[in-house]
Design a protein around this ligand. Structure first.
Ligand SMILES: *Cc1c(COP(=O)(O)O)cnc(C)c1O
Length: 523
């Protein structure tokens, strides 16, 4: 890692103007947009934010060879300096609470504040996974009630609550499939993944030790059913299909696919991260799905971004339910009594569990938020949410399909996201340029260059929580950017111009990030 202080900047000295400011300032600040240095440039090793006792001068002798020979180079800052540093950085971030966050597939929707209020109630927020079970019956009750809703909404038999993200849920589902196949003495080697599936699907199958084989997409952006059927056989453990898929389309042949896979002795994994488009309208259990993860942090509005926490419960069919991971919560149908099933008491009733995915029960805070979201919406509200999500995506698709190429636009409605390509952009202008232009317009860019089946893909998911006014403003920005991209406007090729930093070298920024400062030679 390159750790030199590249700028040579010293506190209290002017900063070279950044970006393309027409009116440079000596501080580098632009009114409320405050320039911020690395914390190592701001602090000095001799400053300390708290009063520490005088150092014990004998300590180095006692520590012998373990005594520190060099100063630690910690960036010493006072408390207000520290607070300001992180607050300034936070203001350079983009968030769903600032504006539209149209990342396709990621379902960046508003997180209702009621969720937060309930999750912060001390009885939920302070619960500890090592508390005796009879002191956490209420928390287990929340898990049980949420499980009930997830099972009802998906038409499945059981749900494993502990996976902590979508991809983690995929692994859980694939491990259940493997356990079921091994239990019948039929270990198979291959998992089929269509081109229209999310990238985590083949990654999961490979991680679980399967050979991954690709199934092509048809011209309509959906799984090529004939190609899939042709590949089925006694070596195929199952398929992993994203539905709605990454082209924003519903896999209409899902039932036929499931039937064919089952006839060939395999099992069906469905990536349900896009459940937001079909919640309350389609039950994956009715389509023959055996395992499907649900991203509580997408469909059920629990907050995400910045790396977590997520929550990816996996609903399971009757065939896979006996192999669900421990621990799980059960409710006695007669007495209504809640029980926790773990290794000690798994008994003969649940012999097949493949083991544990996590140390404890999963993301309790996400469970509380998701159940709050579900109960405050009710069955009719959830159904309306998916309808509005699809309506908003179609509104954007049809607002823009005269200026941007919509590769599957003629095939009818899209689901939760609208897909565009770079077809028609002038030579030298790319999808990346348009995305950088969106930053100047004050929007987070959409998902780019994914799915791979579309050239220069732009995948836009507005979600149901955006108003028509916001969608219209976004469409106005996109329309202007599309026109500039088609005209080969050179200023678009160097965007962003108004962001705190001009365009970075994407490869260097990812591979050789300058994250730390090192004391310059001789200081
Ligand atoms: C987000 C997403 C995933 C992965 O979920 P994580 O919670 O990020 O692990 C998988 N598939 C699809 C279609 C997704 O949108």
């Amino acid at each position: 890692m390159n750790t030199m202080n590249q700028s040579g900047w010293k506190p209290g000295t002017p900063v070279a103007a950044t970006g393309d400011a027409d009116y440079p300032t000596v501080t580098g600040n632009k009114a409320l947009m405050l320039e911020e240095r690395l914390i190592f440039e701001l602090g000095t090793p001799d400053t300390c934010g708290v009063d520490l006792p005088e150092p014990d001068t004998d300590a180095p002798n006692r520590l012998g060879k373990f005594a520190r020979k060099q100063p630690m180079d910690l960036p010493g800052l006072s408390e207000p300096e520290t607070v300001r540093h992180y607050t300034r950085l936070s203001r350079q971030n983009y968030a769903i609470d600032l504006g539209l966050f149209p990342l396709g597939s990621c379902t960046m929707k508003h997180n209702p504040r009621l969720n937060e209020k309930v999750a912060r109630m001390p009885g939920f927020a302070d619960v500890h996974p090592l508390q005796p079970v009879d002191t956490i019956k209420g928390a287990l009750g929340v898990i049980d009630e949420l499980s009930h809703w997830l099972i009802e909404l998906t038409g499945m038999s059981a749900v494993a609550m502990s996976p902590k993200a979508g991809a983690h849920g995929e692994l859980c589902g694939i491990l259940c499939i493997r356990a079921a196949l091994e239990a019948r003495g039929d270990a198979r080697k291959v998992v089929l993944v269509p081109e229209s599936a999310h990238g985590t699907n083949p990654a999961t199958a490979a991680f679980a030790g399967y050979e991954v084989e690709n199934i092509p997409a048809g011209k309509d952006g959906r799984v090529d059913l004939a190609a899939l059927k042709a590949r089925l056989g006694p070596d195929v453990a199952g398929v992993m299909i994203t539905n709605p898929n990454t082209c924003g389309l519903f896999e209409r042949d899902m039932k036929a696919i499931s039937d064919a896979v089952h006839d060939a002795g395999g099992l069906v994994y469905c990536d349900g991260a896009n459940f937001n488009a079909i919640m309350g309208r389609v039950r994956p259990g009715d389509l023959g799905v055996d395992a499907m993860h649900i991203n509580l942090h997408k469909t059920f509005s629990t907050p995400h971004g910045g790396g977590g926490p997520g929550s990816g419960p996996v609903v399971l069919s009757e065939a896979l339910a006996p192999f669900a991971p421990l621990p799980f919560v059960t409710k006695d149908a007669g007495t209504g009594e809640i029980h926790l099933v773990e290794e000690e008491n798994v008994g003969d009733e649940f012999p097949g569990s493949f083991g544990r995915m996590t140390a404890f029960h999963g993301q309790m805070g996400m469970f509380t938020r998701a159940l709050t979201y579900i109960l405050s919406h009710g069955a009719d509200g959830l159904r309306q949410a998916s309808g509005d999500a699809v309506l908003n995506a179609n509104y954007l698709l049809r607002s823009l399909d005269d200026v941007l190429d919509a590769p599957f636009g003629d095939a009818g409605h899209c689901m939760h996201e609208a897909l565009f390509s770079d077809h028609g952009f002038a030579e030298g202008t790319s999808t990346l340029d348009l995305a950088k232009g969106l930053i100047d317009e004050g929007f987070h860019p959409m998902t780019m260059y994914f799915p791979l089946v579309v050239h220069g893909a732009m995948l836009v998911e507005p979600t149901e929580t955006e108003s028509k006014a916001v969608l219209d403003q976004f469409a106005t920005a996109m329309r202007s950017l599309a026109e500039r991209a088609k005209a080969g406007d050179e200023t678009l090729q160097t965007a962003p111009h108004h962001a705190p930093r001009a365009r970075l070298d994407e490869a260097q920024a990812a591979r050789k990030p300058v994250l730390a400062w090192q004391r310059p030679e001789g200081e």
